[in-house]
Design a protein around this ligand. Structure first.
Ligand code: PMP
Length: 392
């Protein structure tokens, strides 16, 4: 199967991990050669409730017995979409009162940016160095890493990149700016939380200039950081919130949430000016509804905070600079690249999946599922520590 995978599936790397998946359940992925891997990256912050959470599976099964896709987004009333949108909006500040469903993270940002342009009548964007917002052309235009952008230039004009957490040049946000787009906790940039006062200043600057503030919580959302959404701990409310990844318990789905005052921009001049065929697919929506109900019912947010304190207190010593981040969205900063690679490889041999981030080669990504038990967590941390002491 591996040969055919390399032959028929377009590749994005010369060295894909290449695990041949048999099945996945809870925190574990099982391969066809009989091995087990503890998924300590959750498919990159997707399966926060573990793989195949029973409530999510039940909702998917019930929905496929009713209907699959029936009509492009927004034309028919589909109960799973409506129920999920209502529950989601009820968790958010009043201003974020309507949801537009898409299929992925990058599409959420594309829609968010178009909404900001249409609402403000402006075209300029302010974004941040080392950000990651997705690989389609609009999202790539606001992604702050030249090596990924350069091969695809020209991208959107009038995008300005500022240093993350820097008070310099905030006057770049001006009356020509449609929106500031940012991750409250940079993910691919190396798990870097925004400073609270700085984020509040950006909100202030946006208010003063009539600029919309887009928070990309595609990675940090749905409980990963110990709050349902990271922005809730910053006491800064965005005008548009982009979501995806963990939203639908392992099914593909994205969304941008904003105000019912702004969304009419998609209805006029011309009508139907932002549409999608599969956005809000009923099976994904049913899964997302079950996933969110479970997140709200269980103790998962608290668990994310416990995971943070266990990991931060255990992972210390020579070779480790720090553990950064919030909840179960953490980065283990190592002293050098060779050590980083050796630790990840050693853990892989021992059946633990650790990850990288796109913009850093000295950081190990730790994003365990929130259902992970303390005993298994300890076991993983012990293996990481053994690897560090072996290779440091
Ligand atoms: N924004 C952020 C913050 C992300 O982490 C990602 C994915 N890593 C995206 C956008 C893009 O999401 P998708 O891969 O679903 O397009």
């Amino acid at each position: 199967m591996k040969d055919k995978f390399l032959q028929f599936i377009a590749q994005t790397s010369d060295a894909p991990i290449g695990l041949e998946i048999s099945y996945a359940e809870g925190p574990v992925i099982y391969t066809t050669d009989g091995k087990e891997y503890i998924d300590f990256i959750s498919g990159i912050a997707v399966s926060s409730l573990g793989h195949r959470h029973p409530k999510v599976i039940e909702a998917i099964q019930a929905q496929i017995d009713k209907h699959l896709h029936v009509m492009v987004y927004g034309e028919f009333v589909q109960k799973p979409q409506v129920e999920f949108a209502e529950l989601l909006v009820r968790q958010l500040p009043q201003k974020l009162d309507q949801v537009y469903f898409v299929n992925s993270g990058t599409e959420a940002n594309e829609g968010a940016m178009k909404l900001a342009k249409k609402h403000t009548g402006r075209t300029k964007f302010v974004a941040f160095k080392n950000s990651y917002h997705g690989d389609t052309q609009g999202s790539l235009s606001v992604t702050g890493r030249d090596v990924y952008r350069d091969p695809y230039l020209p991208l959107l004009p009038d995008v300005h990149f500022l240093e993350f957490n820097s008070w310099d040049k905030l006057d770049t946000i001006d009356r020509d700016t449609a929106a500031v787009i940012m991750e409250p906790i940079q993910g691919e940039g190396g798990i870097i939380p925004a400073e609270k006062e700085w984020l509040q200043e950006i909100r202030k600057r946006c208010d003063e200039t009539g600029t919309l503030l887009i928070f990309d919580e595609i990675q940090s959302g749905f409980g990963r950081t110990g709050a349902l959404f990271a922005f809730q701990e910053y006491e800064v409310v965005p005008d548009i919130l982009s979501l995806a990844k963990a939203m639908a318990g392992g099914m593909p789905m994205g969304a941008f949430v904003s105000s019912s005052e702004y969304f009419p921009a998609f209805k006029y001049d011309p009508p139907l000016n932002h549409v999608t065929t599969f956005g809000g697919h009923p099976v994904s929506a049913a899964a997302a509804h079950a996933n969110l109900k479970e997140l709200l019912r269980g103790n998962y947010l608290k668990r994310a905070t416990q995971i943070e304190s266990t990991i931060k207190s255990r992972l210390k010593g020579k070779g480790i600079v720090e553990v950064r981040g919030k909840g179960a969205m953490l980065g283990l900063q190592m002293t050098n690249k060779v050590l980083t690679q050796s630790v990840v490889e050693h853990c892989f041999e021992k059946g633990i999946l650790l990850g990288w981030t796109l913009h850093s080669d000295t950081l190990i990504r730790l994003a365990p599922p929130l259902i992970i038990k303390e005993e298994l967590l300890e076991q993983v941390l012990e293996t990481i520590l053994q690897a560090v002491s072996k290779y440091v």
